[in-house]
Design a protein around this ligand. Structure first.
Ligand SMILES: *Cc1c(COP(=O)(O)O)cnc(C)c1O
Length: 375
């Protein structure tokens, strides 16, 4: 077997969920598990998060698999339904829906007109089915949601269908000091006097904007032990990495000054160097654009650990392999353990060196990488 492996720590997940509760002690937690649990595997993480008050996912398949794992908490579809035929499944699995457009309201109204008998005050029968709606306001992100001018109109229409309503928005810049001020003011003004529960905060807002915590927080990235903030590390936030992405050295080369390495001869040794070839490439989800080049020279590699010691990648990442500088790690030979990201090299440090974010790297771990769950 190729030595590559993603190891998922359940105790780190439980720890990070507890950290969410420390930051937002008065809020219920809706754990964001979309994109297959940010690449960690839904089935690998759901049990460790069973103390959460709810789950937020993107598509029906994720929601159904959580229900079939016997979770009874609310399961929220973050983009709601995409077409009316999904409503029977939503009802069957008691899923909660984000409603962000009038098109979705029309689908719901048509479904209720056809399938839900109106409530009869005489017999006490019929009436609203227990659909739970998170009604989304666009407070400046301009992605999903009703603009403030339409929000109350949308709310009035949803109120005719169900009493189970949560008022919701999503921030565009919760990691910046005054990043939520304008959006929060719009949300508060529009929802003034309404008595429904509210949900506003993603990880960045949980960590940096306590005034947004409200009734439900929606942490994603922080549960996985990475940071949403540019200038604060996950460790500084008290979080532990959930994924250890590891492999091994499968070949060692010695380069003389002037010799080149890998495809496109992208790296030239300027001295005698020891190079480890690692069983991990872009087909495993490692970013091919890793490191910065100028002309033919690899100026700066990506942090990586070999035998517990930090070093950096060199040369171009290939489909199945990458190169690492082990000149200063003489004990590293074939079989030496390599950490691509995890406890020694935070995924955020790898992301920074690749001009991306930890989210993207975690979500991109390829299906061919085997996973192992540990406590
Ligand atoms: C993904 C998502 C979250 C979680 O975001 P993080 O930055 O990972 O904490 C919260 N709310 C909504 C609407 C989302 O789509």
């Amino acid at each position: 077997m190729r030595p590559i492996l993603a190891t998922i720590s359940q105790s780190a997940l439980r720890h990070n969920l507890a950290v969410v509760k420390q930051y937002a002690p008065n809020s219920k937690v809706m754990a964001a598990l979309k994109a297959n649990g940010y690449g960690h595997g839904l089935a690998n993480i759901a049990d460790a998060l069973s103390a959460t008050d709810g789950f937020a996912v993107l598509d029906l398949a994720e929601a159904i698999s959580l229900r079939e794992m016997s979770f009874e908490q609310p399961i929220l579809l973050l983009e709601g339904i995409f077409n009316a035929s999904e409503l029977a499944i939503v009802k069957g699995y008691s899923l909660s829906l984000v409603v962000h457009s009038f098109a979705q309201i029309e689908m719901l109204e048509a479904y209720f007109a056809k399938h839900v008998t109106p409530h009869s005050p005489l017999t006490g029968e019929g009436g609203k089915h227990h659909l739970s709606v998170f009604l989304k306001m666009n407070t400046g992100m301009n992605r999903l949601g009703f603009v403030p001018q339409d929000y109350i109109v949308a709310l009035k229409r949803i109120e005719k269908l169900t009493p189970h309503i949560t008022l919701m928005t999503h921030f565009a810049a919760a990691d910046e000091p005054q990043g939520v001020d304008a959006a929060l003011a719009i949300f508060k003004k529009t929802t003034q006097g309404l008595i429904y529960p509210t949900s506003l905060a993603n990880s960045a807002a949980i960590l940096c904007q306590p005034q947004t915590h409200a009734d439900w927080v929606r942490p994603g990235i922080m549960l996985y032990g990475a940071t949403p903030a540019k200038n604060t590390s996950a460790t500084e936030c008290g979080l532990k990495p959930v994924m250890q992405f590891t492999s091994e050295i499968i070949s060692v080369q010695t380069l003389q000054a002037g010799e080149t390495l890998g495809y496109g001869n992208r790296f030239t040794a300027n001295k005698t160097m020891r190079v480890g070839v690692v069983a991990c490439g872009y087909a495993d989800g490692y970013p091919r654009h890793a490191g910065q080049y100028s002309g033919n020279h690899h100026l700066q590699g990506v942090p990586i650990a070999v035998a517990g010691q930090r070093t950096q990648t060199i040369g171009r990442v290939s489909m199945d392999m990458l190169f690492v500088d082990i000149t200063d790690i003489p004990q590293a030979n074939i079989g030496a353990p390599v950490e691509l990201w995890g406890n020694t090299v935070p995924v955020d440090a790898v992301a920074k060196a690749c001009d991306t974010i930890g989210y993207e790297l975690l979500c991109a771990v390829a299906p061919r990488v085997p996973f192992k769950v540990v406590d």
